[in-house]
Design a protein around this ligand. Structure first.
Ligand code: PLP
Length: 419
């Protein structure tokens, strides 16, 4: 045990306060060992520092201006949209920096209620509830909704926040093979003994850019009397003819019961998440969902951004549509060049390379040519399935996309990924 002994703080050489004492020394040794282990395993995640706004063109700290950015979830380019920024400033000035309170004590302003109403309208659902993040929305829903008499059936590749949220609940847990409808059906048959069944899936999977077969999932849910939950973080705002998401794209808006999504990606990119669905469910979450009950309200500036992003999307579907054309341009040019791009019709375009070192070296070489992309390898993706994940944004120009493809071709040839 490294805790238990009293810790005294002393001022270190750089002016920082370093705790002294045996427990603190033991903790430091343990931490250093853990960090060494992460480095040794080759899974260390370093962070590049951006010195400009989020957007298709970036300036990196310490130089590196004019970098073409292909690795943000800024799918619609709204993170730096002038109207979104102005709405944030207005909300900040009118409603202040923050609420210093959770919602149910004194943290609900008119803008929070307006945004919840707008989210519900956008998704054509009865009501919505805001959270500080979608991670929180996923952490809060399963425990509040499901009892030990119930069952939750989860795609094995669901996002970490869904997995954690399910861990927190007492329902019976079933994990079905990724997008495998035979396996889901078998698990649904097994789960008939429970009171209530909830199928939980990402609408679009962020590592592969593949889209859940929601039509088939909803058919099975109907057959076996189950509810459907989708996480739409990588779909809200741009999938479907009006950007409503995977359920609109696949024509099942009236069959999906619960949607969780984020305000921190396509909808302005600031922060925040939500659940939208039947009103009694939202009412129950306001009473029981722990990340909602015990965490501060969303700051007004953040609410202002998301609210304006939704206005823009509800006024016109032009932004959502332009996204699809850009995605198509990248995917078809890369495929024609000989690369394998995973997924289909999604702005997450994983360039499949297989070898972890090749993915890392190519991503680094792309950056040296001014293109910012990230390589992913085990344990983030399965062994032997390393890739560079490219994310297209509606604000990439055709020239940006062509420059990225050309750089991939050069770098791919140089490192042997292309003949
Ligand atoms: N769900 C999915 C599928 C995600 O990709 C993410 C973010 O990476 C989250 C949930 C969490 O969203 P937030 O950043 O709002 O916490």
């Amino acid at each position: 045990m490294w805790c238990g002994t009293a810790v005294r703080a002393v001022r270190g050489a750089g002016g920082s306060r370093a705790a002294s004492g045996a427990a603190a020394a033991q903790l430091r040794r343990w931490l250093e060992g853990e960090l060494e282990g992460i480095r040794g395993a080759g899974t260390w995640k370093s962070e590049r520092v951006i010195a400009s706004r989020q957007g298709p063109h970036l300036r990196l700290a310490g130089g590196g201006a004019g970098i073409l950015n292909f690795c943000a979830n800024n799918y619609l380019g709204l993170a730096s949209h002038p109207q979104v920024i102005r709405a944030a400033v207005q909300a900040l000035e009118e409603f202040g920096a923050g609420l210093s309170s959770v919602r149910f004590i004194c943290g609900t302003q008119s803008i929070h209620k307006d945004l919840e109403e707008k989210i519900a309208r956008f998704h054509q659902r009865e009501d919505a509830i805001l959270y500080a993040s979608c991670f929180d929305a996923n952490a809060g829903i399963f425990e509040a909704l499901l009892t030990p008499e119930d069952a939750v059936l989860s795609d094995e590749l669901n996002h970490a926040s869904i997995i954690d949220g399910i861990r927190l609940c007492k329902a019976n847990k079933y994990r079905y093979k990724h997008m495998d409808m035979h396996d889901l059906e078998a698990k649904l048959q097994d789960a008939q003994k429970h009171r209530l069944r909830l199928v939980a899936t990402d609408g679009a999977f962020s590592m592969d850019g593949d889209i859940a077969p929601l039509r088939e999932i909803c058919q099975l849910a109907q057959k076996y009397d189950a509810l459907v939950f989708i996480d739409e973080c990588h779909a809200t705002g741009f999938l479907g003819p009006n950007g409503r998401g995977t359920d609109e794209l696949l024509g099942v808006m009236d069959k999906v019961t619960i949607i969780n999504s984020t305000l921190g990606k396509a909808l302005g990119g600031a922060a925040g998440g939500y659940t939208t669905g039947p009103k009694p469910l939202i009412d129950l979450l306001r009473q029981r969902s722990r990340p909602y009950l015990f965490s501060n309200s969303l700051p007004p500036a953040v609410v202002g951004c998301a609210s304006k992003a939704l206005d823009l999307l509800m006024e016109s579907n032009a932004i959502a549509q332009s996204m699809a054309a850009k995605t198509q341009r990248f995917r078809s040019k890369m495929t024609a060049a000989g690369f394998t791009i995973s997924g289909k019709d999604h702005p997450i375009c994983p360039v499949m390379l297989g070898d972890a070192r090749l993915a890392a070296v190519m991503a680094e070489d792309m950056l040296s040519r001014g293109i910012y992309v990230i390589g992913f390898s085990y344990p983030v993706v399965p062994k032997g399935k390393a890739r560079i994940r490219v994310q297209i944004s509606a604000v990439h120009s055709d020239e940006d996309i062509d420059r990225c493809v050309e750089a991939f071709i050069e770098v791919g040839r140089k490192h042997g990924a292309l003949p």
